[in-house]
Design a protein around this ligand. Structure first.
Ligand SMILES: C[S@@+](CC[C@H](N)C(=O)[O-])C[C@H]1O[C@@H](n2cnc3c(N)ncnc32)[C@H](O)[C@@H]1O
Length: 244
């Protein structure tokens, strides 16, 4: 089944209280532990400072981290370092694939040493070899604009998991001036917007009709929430597909 939820201010308000009650103490405890261990954890700092990040993390992870949740085989792509990655690694058979763009490798290795097991592959997800099948595969705040290879990602991930959860971030009326690191050339880039999201979802439904018998197309909207919910023009869609 394909489940989509447009993250509007009203949705944020409906999740916010529960999210903060659950996550604020956990993020604070991890922040203190990370400081003692000398671990820089940028994603944890975001969870401390950004209430909308906590609400989305609640939606993505809370059921997996409740006391009653069974142990699962989970793969996360681009999860960074945070209370959530720490808790997932403690509770589940959890693997993290990370390009480590915000922190250096030693920060990831220090967390592994603290937890007493090796569960992090540093590198690009497209070069990671998937080993067997996962119950849940997660990508939070990675596609389709930090990494635009969402089609390739779905083809790579689909045969190896029962469920995929993502937050998809898209924009309208936005242009990025970026620099190609190899040639130093400036590129003018339009991030994925509503149209690209719609084409992607139509493709997914056509490719996997049994898993996506219908979806709530009313969720596929764009509103400018700059200074209302976010500091930029992003919109976020909660995405979850479960194989039938
Ligand atoms: C915007 S951050 C989101 C971090 C975390 N999931 C969160 O929501 O706070 C994107 C993360 O994806 C990682 N990343 C970017 N490209 C990647 C790739 N090709 N393979 C694996 N990780 C990647 C970055 O290093 C970064 O930690």
């Amino acid at each position: 089944m394909l489940h989509l939820e447009h993250f509007s201010p009203a949705v944020f308000e409906s999740w916010r209280t529960d999210a903060d009650a659950w996550l604020v103490p956990l993020v604070q405890e991890s922040a203190a532990r990370f400081q003692t261990l000398g671990i820089q954890a940028v994603a944890n700092d975001w969870l401390l400072r950004q209430d909308w990040k906590r609400a989305l993390a609640y939606r993505l992870f809370h059921d997996l981290l409740s006391e009653a949740a069974p142990r699962r085989r989970i793969l996360e792509i681009g999860g960074g370092l945070s209370a959530v990655s720490e808790l997932l690694a403690r509770k589940h058979d959890y693997t993290l694939v990370e390009l480590a763009t915000h922190e250096t490798e030693d920060n990831y290795r220090k967390l592994e040493a603290q937890l007493g097991r090796s569960f992090i592959t540093l590198g690009d997800w497209s070069e990671a070899r998937l080993d067997g099948s996962y119950d849940v595969l997660i990508a939070n705040d990675l596609f389709p604009n930090v990494d635009q290879r969402l089609y390739a990602f779905m083809d790579w991930a689909w045969p190896h998991c029962r469920e995929i959860r993502m937050t998809l971030t898209y924009y309208e009326n936005t242009v990025w001036k970026v620099r190609r690191t190899t040639s130093n050339e400036f590129l003018t880039v339009c991030p994925w917007g509503l149209r690209e999201m719609r084409v992607f979802l139509d493709h997914l439904v056509a490719q996997h009709p049994q898993a996506c018998p219908n979806y709530d197309a009313r969720q596929l909207v764009y509103q400018d929430y700059e200074k209302v919910l976010f500091t930029n023009r992003r919109n976020v869609m909660y995405f979850r597909v479960t194989k039938v």
